[in-house]
Design a protein around this ligand. Structure first.
Ligand SMILES: CC(C)(COP(=O)(O)OP(=O)(O)OC[C@H]1O[C@@H](n2cnc3c(N)ncnc32)[C@H](O)[C@@H]1OP(=O)(O)O)[C@@H](O)C(=O)NCCC(=O)NCCS
Length: 297
């Protein structure tokens, strides 16, 4: 029989064993697991058999009073298609309900068909498309075009016009009202951008506004979770961002942004690797229909 219980530090070795090669690039679960256990805003669950050894894992994070985010779902390759992924997902929903949340979301990479099938079967619906863009900034970043626009840090007074521009853009439709907090997403608030302006992370150029955050513990790495521009200006803006970051010694840029085709292609054109993602949503009190899959244990 399969039982789902809260994860413990002693589960680390078993989790590392079945997650270290999850994807072609490895996995982030082994290196993050022990730190997650100290997070008061998250719950980590394992699925175990009679020997109490984990063969499945998932994590759920509370991002606001009403929103949770699920990620890190992993099932041992020898134990897949036995309902363990669904059992872990349901435990995450129970925890969300206990926290007073009303909605849970998660993200799957577009190529991850099994992940998509699992969450669709669990009752999630796709609500938004975002893309992850990444590139390194070597010595040669130029493309021979005109000099890039100059950027400056924006003051708090620019937060309102920036948000107004965003809400009138098709970026807002694609974003589904969300903003990334690292790799997780919750509803965007005025204070999110106000805080970025106060921290001098909100930048502007004639072509738009963008937030650029240093990545904690990774010198030279920055993260872009929010941008507003228009289709005609997008490439010029991305060039300006790249030039600005290069001048300030940035080596690695990551971004998670709403996937309007014109924004994704501006990043691609500027040398970024672009990977599409799907955002899924479910009410936490969702109950599967009478014909739904039951856990086979
Ligand atoms: C995705 C993953 C967690 C699924 O775990 P699992 O325990 O095998 O999932 P379940 O047995 O609960 O599957 C539930 C449903 O999801 C769908 N599904 C899951 N894996 C599938 C696969 N390989 N092919 C087709 N459908 C699949 C099916 O609808 C399945 O129901 P069914 O078996 O009655 O047809 C597991 O394959 C895994 O660890 N993959 C690598 C990591 C990953 O991609 N994580 C997901 C990130 S969102």
């Amino acid at each position: 029989m399969i039982v789902v219980r809260r994860a413990l530090p002693g589960d680390h070795t078993a989790i590392v064993e079945f997650t270290r090669d999850t994807f072609s690039w490895g996995d982030y679960v082994p290196g993050s697991f022990l730190g997650w256990l100290d997070d008061d805003n998250s719950a980590e669950f394992v699925a175990v058999q009679e020997d109490d050894r984990p063969i499945g894992f998932t994590r759920i994070v509370q991002l606001s009073e009403r929103e949770t985010w699920a990620h890190g779902a992993r099932v041992h390759p020898d134990h897949r298609r036995r309902g363990i992924g669904l059992a872990l997902q349901r435990t995450g929903m129970d925890w969300s309900l206990q926290q007073g949340a009303i909605v849970n979301r998660l993200m799957t990479e577009s190529w991850n068909e099994n992940g998509g099938r699992l969450v669709a079967k669990a009752g999630y619906r796709p609500v938004a498309s975002w893309f992850h863009a990444s590139r390194q900034l070597g010595d040669d970043i130029g493309d021979g075009g005109p000099p890039p626009q100059t950027m400056h840090t924006a003051s708090s007074a620019e937060v309102e016009p920036a948000l107004m521009a965003f809400s009138h853009s098709d970026l807002a439709n694609e974003a589904h009202g969300l903003i990334p907090i690292g790799w997780h997403m919750r509803s965007v608030r005025f204070e999110d951008l106000a805080r970025e302006a106060q921290s001098r992370h909100l930048w502007s150029a004639p072509a738009g506004w963008v937030t650029i955050q240093p990545v904690a513990g990774q010198l030279g790495h920055v993260w872009i979770p929010w941008i507003v521009t228009i289709a005609d200006d997008a490439y010029a803006f991305v060039r300006a961002i790249v030039a600005q970051l290069h001048t300030h010694g940035t080596t690695d840029v990551g971004a998670l942004l709403p996937a309007t085709p014109w924004l994704a292609s501006a990043f691609e054109h500027a040398g970024f690797r672009v990977e599409p993602n799907i955002i899924w949503e479910i009410p936490v009190d969702y109950s599967p229909g009478p014909n739904a899959h039951t856990n086979s244990g």
